[in-house]
Design a protein around this ligand. Structure first.
Ligand SMILES: Cc1cc2nc3c(=O)[nH]c(=O)nc-3n(C[C@H](O)[C@H](O)[C@H](O)COP(=O)(O)OP(=O)(O)OC[C@H]3O[C@@H](n4cnc5c(N)ncnc54)[C@H](O)[C@@H]3O)c2cc1C
Length: 255
């Protein structure tokens, strides 16, 4: 599953876990009503129940009985069982989004290295309506441009001029980078002129519990719009891969 984000970004599911032992047991498939992957039926939430039942040495009993237990665990914040499911994602995003994302220390990361590989020629260009809208409405987000120390209102023509200048700067920096590589400047130094609007690519892995924590913080309107778009894409993957937990996470309002 791959979700496109912004102009060149994406979030792609690499793998998910949480099947528990039941898949391996004879007849276990009868219990499973999870996702269809080719001919395989895979349920990534059984492992949550199995982990919870470890305390009584019990096992998964089927969702007709265990949906109630999942709800109980979630609502009473017995959250460690949700660490027994999880997923690995590949993400392509601007470097400034990664700067925010990497603050989530409980995820494991591996990012492409500009020391060893030439970076892709991909730069983030905000769109005009988005640029205008954010400047003028979002008063809750202190990180955004609704900063009263800078009362200037962005007008359409200035926004267009700025976007054109950004494009020009990107083109210039890309030429500088390519010329440096062609001249034999080592990749690890040629990259020093790369702006934070440049796209990079990483793989990130964590448990379902931590993915929900990430979504709570980064789907919130207080988070910067760009990382919010990525969080929404992660949410789509969570919804498909862990549908029962997703419903509990959303509560009544999204059911
Ligand atoms: C809107 C917004 C604005 C932000 N602005 C800034 C900013 O200006 N500057 C900045 O530096 N960061 C900023 N951040 C990042 C923020 O401070 C957190 O680092 C980030 O959201 C990750 O949250 P976390 O610590 O819960 O996640 P993780 O690092 O994934 O940790 C998950 C949980 O593990 C536990 N944990 C992890 N590490 C420790 C530890 N060392 N000690 C104790 N418990 C731990 C905590 O319970 C934590 O909630 C911002 C985040 C948001 C959402």
């Amino acid at each position: 599953m791959k979700v496109e984000v912004l102009d060149h970004g994406y979030v792609e599911l690499v793998e998910a876990w949480g099947q528990g032992r039941i898949e391996l047991e004879k007849g276990g498939r009868d219990f499973i009503d999870g996702q269809q992957f080719g001919n395989e039926v895979i349920d990534h939430e059984v492992g949550i129940i199995e982990a919870a039942r470890q305390s009584t040495q019990g096992s998964f009993r089927g969702w007709d009985q265990d949906a109630k237990l999942l709800k109980y665990l979630y609502e009473h914040k017995h959250l460690t069982p949700f660490e027994f499911s999880g997923m690995v994602l590949e993400v392509q995003a601007p470097i400034f989004v990664f700067r925010e994302w990497h603050r989530h220390r409980t995820q494991s990361y591996n990012e492409m290295s500009a020391r060893y590989a030439a970076l892709p020629d991909l730069y983030y260009m905000p769109e005009l309506p988005n640029l205008m809208e954010r400047g003028n409405v979002d008063t809750r987000n202190k990180q955004a441009r609704a900063d009263h120390r800078h009362p200037a209102e962005l007008v359409d023509s200035r926004a267009k001029t700025w976007l054109a200048a950004v494009r020009e700067a990107y083109d210039h920096l890309e030429r500088l980078y390519k010329d440096a590589l062609a001249d034999g400047v080592p990749k690890e130094l040629a990259r020093i002129t790369m702006p934070v609007g440049h796209y990079s690519r990483m793989r990130t892995s964590t448990s379902l519990r931590n993915w929900l924590q990430f979504l709570t913080l980064r789907m919130d309107p207080a988070a910067q719009w760009e990382i919010r778009m990525f969080a929404n894409a992660v949410a789509q993957v969570v919804r498909t891969t862990f549908p029962r937990t997703w419903q509990l996470f959303c509560g009544d309002e999204h059911e």
